[in-house]
Write a protein that binds this ligand. Structure first.
Ligand code: SAM
Length: 279
């Protein structure tokens, strides 16, 4: 099944939606690809979806075509609103567009009652705010968070940082935070030629599923303090980089080797350091 709406190229031309770099606009026009992403997000199983940056509506339409019961989409670029209103009219009662900045949006305030307070996030994120949005969702005070899972497009290099394991050159603060609170994996890469205009690098679709409880108990602020200090000087041994936070005594309380470097530590090791910090 497809929808009866015009092809996205025609929508973009009719509404004068020339992509703006300042808004991280790289549009997906291929319905086969957007439907693949929508299925990866689970839209074929129904449910409530939260989309950031629907733009001209490619992924939004795919979510609806695949079977999402409801899509709540937050778009910052008011130029896109008339095109999105046409999608909403074609799917009565199933698409709600909110004209706002997703970075400051309180998501729990906009989810419909049928969601029971939880939604699936699906988004081709604007590359310039994608990481900030993910950090916002990962550091939510409420846990489990408002999102049941998230299927997100990032630049491949960011996807590698999110999903990296210890020992990898990509392993860092974002990997520890994502690994602590979620199970994260890359589903597939998307070639730059799939976008209009093409970005300079390959992209990847990442799937994150929140853990009910973090991998190891510890305080989020302290965990972030530890990872910021350790990865801030990633070539240094812990006894050096963690000196301002307690150095060797702290590392001993966590039962770790003071000569280790941050990429040698598991997420559980970082949690142990965060707990030792509070001791
Ligand atoms: N979903 C569309 C697609 O896949 O073709 C557009 C994706 S484009 C990479 C990113 C979209 O996010 C743009 O429509 C842009 O206007 C929007 N955007 C950028 N910053 C935003 C923000 N802070 N809040 C909400 N939307 C934003």
């Amino acid at each position: 099944m497809a929808d009866d709406l015009p092809p996205l190229r025609a929508v973009i031309a009719a509404h004068g939606l020339a992509a703006r770099k300042s808004l991280g606009q790289n549009f997906l026009l291929d319905l086969n690809l957007t439907r693949r992403i929508a299925r990866a997000a689970g839209a074929d199983k129904g449910g409530v979806f939260y989309e950031v940056g629907p733009g001209p509506g490619g992924l939004t339409r795919a979510l609806l075509v695949e079977g999402a019961d409801k899509v709540i989409a937050v778009e910052r670029d008011a130029r896109c609103l008339p095109a999105l209103a046409e999608v909403a009219a074609a799917w009565p009662g199933r698409l709600e567009i909110i004209s706002a900045d997703a970075l400051t949006q309180d998501e729990t305030a906009i989810l419909p009652p049928q969601s029971n307070g939880r939604a699936h996030i699906a988004a081709n994120l604007p590359y310039n705010v994608g990481t900030a949005l993910l950090i916002k969702w990962l550091t939510s005070a409420q846990w489990p968070p408002f999102w049941a899972d998230a299927t997100l497009m990032f630049q491949k290099e960011v996807a590698q940082r999110i999903t990296a394991a210890p020992g990898s050159e990509h392993y860092g603060r974002l990997s520890v935070l994502a690994g602590w609170r979620t199970a994260a994996k890359t589903l597939f890469d998307v070639n730059r030629s799939a976008f209009v205009p093409p970005p300079s690098v390959t992209s990847s679709i990442v799937r994150l599923e929140p853990r009910t409880e973090p991998l190891e108990p510890c305080d989020l602020d302290r965990l972030e303090k530890i990872t910021a200090a350790a990865f801030g000087q990633r070539r240094k041994m812990l006894r050096q980089s963690l000196k301002p936070l307690g150095g060797e005594a702290l590392i001993a309380r966590a039962g770790l080797d003071p000569t280790a470097r941050p990429e040698d530590l598991s997420v559980a090791d970082f949690a142990a350091l965060a707990r030792a910090l509070s001791a």
